[in-house]
Design a protein around this ligand. Structure first.
Ligand code: AMP
Ligand code: ZN
Length: 112
């Protein structure tokens, strides 16, 4: 079972930011910004590349949850970045689809 599936099953502890039937959000263990939260589907999906049409609802839910979390964290107005690293060149380290929410500081563009 993958690392994030273990977090979903509460076999590995994580500091949760949000949970519903289909979506889990938790604080990144190695934060890259003052606010760094990962939002994941509870269904194991490896990456954006392996999404199937049946996953559309959960992805839509995730994009509803993201601004809710941003508001709760106090970064909705100041701003935040959402990142889904996909495969090697993007540096995807965990093969379970996840959306990084990064905020609380000025972001740079282009990203590294
Ligand atoms: P990525 O490089 O896009 O695959 O992102 C994986 C993220 O998962 C990294 O930002 C890690 O810091 C984070 N991470 C790895 N293990 C844990 C964990 N046990 N709890 C919370 N975040 C984790
Ligand atoms: Zn998984």
């Amino acid at each position: 079972m993958c690392l994030f599936c273990k977090i979903i099953k509460k076999e590995i502890p994580a500091a949760l930011a949000y949970e519903d039937n289909d979506v889990l959000a938790f604080y990144d263990i190695n934060p890259q910004a003052p606010k760094h939260i990962l939002v994941i589907p509870k269904k194991h999906i490896e990456s954006l590349n392996t999404l199937v049409p049946e996953d559309s609802a959960v992805i839509a839910n995730i994009y509803q949850v993201i601004p809710q979390i941003a508001r709760t964290e106090g970064i909705a107005e100041s701003g935040y970045r959402v990142v889904a690293n996909t495969n090697r060149d993007a540096g995807q380290a965990v093969a379970h689809l996840h959306f990084h929410i990064l905020g609380g500081r000025q972001m740079q563009w282009p990203p590294g």
